[in-house]
Design a binder for this molecule. Sequence first.
Ligand SMILES: Cc1cc2nc3c(=O)[nH]c(=O)nc-3n(C[C@H](O)[C@H](O)[C@H](O)COP(=O)(O)OP(=O)(O)OC[C@H]3O[C@@H](n4cnc5c(N)ncnc54)[C@H](O)[C@@H]3O)c2cc1C
Ligand code: FES
Length: 406
Amino acid sequence: MTTGTLAFIILAAISLQVGLFTLTALYRRRALFCAAASVPPATAASTWKGFREFVVQRRVSEDPQGTICSFYLRPVDGRPLPPFKPGQFLTFRLPVDDPAGGRSGSVIRCYSLSDAPHPDYYRVSIKRVPALPGQPVQPPGVASNFFHDRVTEGSRLKVRAPAGHFHLREQDQSPVVLIGGGIGITPMLSMLNRLLESGSPREIWLFYGIRNGREEIMGDHLRSLAERHANFHLYRCYSAPADGETAGLDFQHRGRVDVPLLRATLKPAHYQFYLCGPPAMMESLAPGLEELGIGDIFYESFGPATLARPGATETQSETAAAEISVTFGRSGRQIAWDRQAGSLLEFAEAQGIEVDAGCRAGSCGGCQTPIESGDVVYDQPAVAEVEPGHCLLCITRPKNDLTLAA
Ligand SMILES: Cc1cc2nc3c(=O)[nH]c(=O)nc-3n(C[C@H](O)[C@H](O)[C@H](O)COP(=O)(O)OP(=O)(O)OC[C@H]3O[C@@H](n4cnc5c(N)ncnc54)[C@H](O)[C@@H]3O)c2cc1C
Ligand code: FES
């Protein structure tokens, strides 16, 4: 064999190996992408597009002070309900004006499903947001007060299909730690009910942070579950117990849910942590848990929905510094956009353009708008599914001259 032939054979072998490696890597990437993008298997009854009409079948007051109310919903069309993943939420369009702007006579809000999936109803549990004293006084919450004051048994509501990436990982068998602060308990209730109703043998901890028993929701239900299921450990943490409430009897821990408490209570293991609560709780717990390194952490934040914060998220994005014009197709208005304008949602609202909005955080899909021309840049990854050729106004800015169908 000549040196040339030998060199040719070596080169051919190397090329073959590189080719095979590249093909395998591409196949793996595609498989991973498909797995990440997969949604629950769709059946004829599994989902719907846009808003579907539901009727309120029952409402139930859930806490001693009467500030949290559950609403049981059935579809008006009588067709079966698709299952959802415990932890997901529903998006509602309510026929009420949003003083913060948006489309007149319409407000969009998200509410977590608060029960395990059942084929014949969905349940959400909503806390009334009261007016808060201060300078200036903060007005009462629009949607939550609408639910409490105007939604009765027989009321009809427009509802989007269950959505959200914050949900129970059921295929995993590691022990589960559910941490709910205040109304952040709702997705935890869905996960807890699902695990126990399905007879899961997984060890389950629920750390429920509230001030005292007056704020506790579904107290009897939680206590009864803890008595009936040896694998479920209920840990009520009262930061300000009321007179007469006794540690060990009415609650398990005096104080907030924090990392020292979790460290002292949980045996060494690899856990799945699910967190939802007020910003202060999330800000202290999430990094603390990550530092502990004893499991996977999933979290969701409800956040205020209507507070417009123009320019609050000063961009690190690739939006160009040069002048950009944004055209709103419906009104035909063409307006110069600058960095101080904030997200496209804040920009539209500031200009008096009527657009839909809900969570203001890329979760509900409420602000999804078709792009007629131009490009946008996302400030953060979208949680809602975004259709091709559309964008979520609440978490995007224009990259170049843009025409929106809004
Ligand atoms: C994924 C997700 C799931 C959720 N699940 C639940 C759930 O299960 N249960 C639940 O109760 N909530 C849940 N929420 C929160 C819910 O969507 C609403 O944000 C909440 O009900 C408040 O809405 P609202 O319309 O009543 O209040 P808003 O009208 O949005 O007001 C919120 C706060 O902002 C203040 N505010 C409004 N406008 C102004 C202004 N111009 N100036 C100063 N302050 C102002 C109000 O005083 C109030 O304190 C969830 C949110 C998300 C994103
Ligand atoms: S307002 Fe909910 S995704 Fe934009």
